[in-house]
Design a protein around this ligand. Structure first.
Ligand SMILES: *Cc1c(COP(=O)(O)O)cnc(C)c1O
Length: 436
């Protein structure tokens, strides 16, 4: 640790001690050795704040707090291969001319979705803001009151709209918005640029609810000469129904319904690095590309290389290379066998666990309430599940489980291939420490 950082911690430690002494006359000043120990603890705490590898045994795939989607080996290798050197990011090596940054990713997205053109940016929030700013700044955008939602992490549709320079016009009610409501709003509002449809990905409305289909909105938008934009959030490039996950529309389906542009994340159901994409008509996408925000929101080099490799897997029908898709596609029998192996191996090392049927969910604001059957192991300890969880978090790699019914559950579907030995070693050492 450098002198400047140590000095900062020494000053902070002494200032804290001084404050305590001033408020509590019974305290005595720390000795020099005590101050040194406190400084050491601060240094250790700071260093522990770095992002570290975590084994995701939570039973939540695309876990928001764990960096969303893990990269495939192909994507990781591409990043490794290019990041310590130079890369042909904006160079066409065949022609020896300047190339378009993100060109391959955008071509691939067009191929995989059936759109006319694509643009990749930093994340879906940036994609939505850019799209609205480029299409609707200074004009009105119609949004159903049922879609004025918060995604999490500070993304609120009304606020994004305001920042884009567009004027929000609310349509319908929270639970019911009819086509006639949009028609009436189009009749009474001057200068409407677009209708924005927001995917209700992180919550579900049931009961007395109604909204027009995307296709009905597309027909209306075309008839009235306004654009239809869709904030999809998730970016399924393949039909997840083939893996038993219903209810997540694919990007291709959304485009086929007739939207002018759709925005989505590349690190949710797509399973790539952080990123966002706009796919749609050439006219709308090129308008977004020319907007000054496009430069401000451009995707960094490392995620771009990882995204290209991820999309290459989709192009070569190898989508099961994508860890998120592999996790949900893994046959239940295999997941159960893995949990049983864990339990047996732990038993052989003197740790008692019970195999349990569980459900795996999707994080990152996609597929609310849709779950996939899974299996895990339940750990019990007299010190309680919170203490066990705290121990496992300090392992290296850290292990994150889920507390349920007084037990700590480690789910066998979300743990990545090859992480078993580290997981079991962490459990054994955690219980030994807990027993000590
Ligand atoms: C997740 C989500 C976003 C934000 O995506 P980021 O990639 O995290 O910026 C926006 N809209 C919807 C509907 C989402 O689900």
């Amino acid at each position: 640790m450098g002198l400047a950082t140590v000095t900062r911690f020494v000053r902070e430690t002494i200032a804290d001690a001084r404050r305590s002494l001033l408020t509590n006359a019974e305290l005595s000043a720390p000795t020099e050795t005590e101050v040194a120990e406190l400084v050491k603890a601060r240094v250790a705490e700071m260093l522990a704040g770095r992002s570290r590898r975590v084994i995701n045994a939570t039973g939540v795939v695309v876990h928001t707090n764990l960096g969303r989607a893990p990269l495939s080996p192909r994507a990781a290798a591409a990043v490794m291969d290019t990041m310590t050197g130079y890369a042909s990011l904006e160079l066409d090596l065949t022609r020896g001319k300047r190339g378009r940054r993100g060109g391959f990713a955008e071509d691939a997205l067009v191929s995989l979705s059936g759109g006319e053109a694509a643009l990749v940016v930093n994340n879906c929030a940036a994609a939505v803001l850019l799209l609205l700013a480029s299409v609707a700044s200074g004009r009105a955008v119609l949004v159903s009151r049922g879609e004025l939602i918060e995604i999490g992490g500070g993304f609120r549709v009304p606020e994004i709209l305001e920042r884009s320079g567009a004027r929000l016009v609310e349509v319908g009610t929270t639970n019911k918005t009819r086509l006639a409501d949009y028609e009436a709003a189009l009749d009474s509002t001057p200068e409407v640029a677009a209708i924005l449809r927001v995917h209700q990905g992180n919550f579900r409305m049931t009961g007395f609810v109604e909204r027009p289909t995307l296709h009905e909105l597309a027909v209306l938008s075309r008839k009235r000469g306004v654009r239809l934009l869709k904030d999809l959030g998730g970016g399924a490039l393949i039909d997840l129904k083939t893996h038993g996950l219903d209810g997540e529309p694919t990007v291709a389906e959304v485009l086929a319904a007739g939207v002018d542009a759709v925005c989505f994340s590349t690190d949710k159901v797509l399973g790539g690095p952080q990123g966002g994409a706009i796919i749609g008509t050439r006219e709308v996408v090129e308008r977004a590309r020319r907007d000054p925000f496009a430069r401000a929101f451009r995707l960094g080099r490392l995620p771009l290389v990882a995204l290209e490799a991820t999309l290459e897997a989709y192009l070569s029908n190898a989508s099961l290379e994508v860890p998120v898709l592999a996790a949900i596609a893994r046959p239940l029998g295999e997941v159960e066998a893995r949990a049983r192996t864990w339990s047996d191996e732990l038993a052989a090392r003197g740790v008692d666990t019970a195999v349990r049927a569980t459900r795996v969910e999707f994080g990152g604001g996609a597929l609310a309430d849709r779950t996939v059957p899974s299996f895990g192991i339940a750990l019990h300890h007299e010190r309680g599940p919170d203490a066990l969880a705290a121990h496992l978090r300090t392992a290296s790699p850290a292990v994150m489980g889920r507390i349920e019914d007084g037990a700590l559950i480690l789910d066998a579907r979300t743990v990545l291939p090859g992480e078993d030995a580290a997981l079991l070693a962490a459990v054994v050492s955690c219980l030994q420490t807990a027993d000590a």
